[in-house]
Design a binder for this molecule. Structure first.
Ligand code: FE2
Length: 294
């Protein structure tokens, strides 16, 4: 089925933090046999129209880590998000640990470095991050072995992270009744996303899957956890053996109807810098708005 080193006997303790401003779910993932933990996809609060950032969501996660006496070893970004801003550097200042993302971040930095007309001081080599993962790379969280799987399609740098019996899918999949994420951002591709999803669906049936987003389709309550078997059977976009042709046609038509994410302009500028705000020559935090650039 899969040639990845899955160890379903390791069952990390997963605590979810839902951000209702952006419908993002951030996670603390704890090794059951030590105090080590990782944070997946943190969120910085922004009032974009007021030009103001705050850290209520990140502070809740920091308090949780401290209150439980945990040691933060890793912060993982599943991809360069276009709908919320990462709080990774703020959390790193408070708790330490390394920040990691897929090594295809360089492709994303090249693309958006051009769109935002960044100068030469903006490095396009991923050096803003502490670690760049390639497909199949492993790392440790205490006694737990984690590994990263390339899952491009939504963006070029998307990765799914598998930790014991749990996988953090980013925007590769939504809950079964939510289907899949859009594939029309620069560097996105519906056929590539289909192939990536098929890879994820080769993981063991009872592996727990944790979403990065949920929008409560059809009025149901927000959910973020399912299984590989449930997605394979019931996902409305790729379940029950939907073909690549069917998926690409559906995804392309749907994406053409979707509005641009409200926070795409600040999100990309911050997240391609590993969560650091861009600064002007005097060191002030500033964001650009390229007109008709996206
Ligand atoms: Fe995303």
């Amino acid at each position: 089925m899969t040639n990845f080193p899955v160890d379903m006997t390791v069952k990390p303790e997963v605590t979810a933090f839902f951000d209702d401003a952006t419908n993002t779910i951030s996670y603390v993932v704890k090794d059951p046999n030590s105090t080590s933990c990782a944070i997946i996809d943190s969120v910085m609060d922004i009032d974009y129209f007021a030009g103001r950032i705050t850290y209520d969501h990140a502070d809740k996660m920091i308090a949780f880590v401290r209150d439980n006496g945990l040691t933060l070893e890793w912060q993982i970004e599943t991809h360069v998000h276009a709908d919320h801003l990462s709080a990774a550097p703020y959390i790193q200042d408070a708790l330490g640990g390394k920040i990691g993302i897929g090594d295809k971040i360089m492709v994303v930095q090249e693309t958006f470095g051009k769109i935002f007309n960044e100068g030469t001081e903006f490095q396009r080599d991923g050096s803003q991050f502490d670690a760049l993962f390639k497909d199949g790379d492993t790392y440790n969280i205490g006694g737990m072995k984690a590994f990263a799987i390339y899952t491009p399609g939504h963006t070029p740098a998307c990765m799914v992270h598998v930790i014991g019996d749990a996988a953090f899918v980013g925007d590769t999949l939504f809950m079964p009744d939510g289907g899949s994420a859009r594939a029309d951002f620069p560097g996105g591709d519906a056929a590539t996303l289909y192939d990536s999803i098929q890879r994820v669906l080769t993981l063991p049936d009872d592996m727990r899957l944790f979403m990065c987003h949920d929008y409560g389709p059809n009025g149901r309550d927000i959910q973020w956890e399912t299984t590989v078997g449930d997605e394979r059977e019931h996902n409305i976009h790729v379940g029950k053996g939907a073909t690549k042709e069917e998926f690409v046609k559906f995804r392309t038509e749907r994406d053409a109807t979707l509005a641009v994410p409200k926070l795409i302009i600040p999100s990309l500028q911050v997240n391609m810098r590993a969560g650091e705000m861009p600064r002007d020559k005097d060191g002030n935090m500033v964001l650009k708005v390229p007109v008709n650039g996206l």
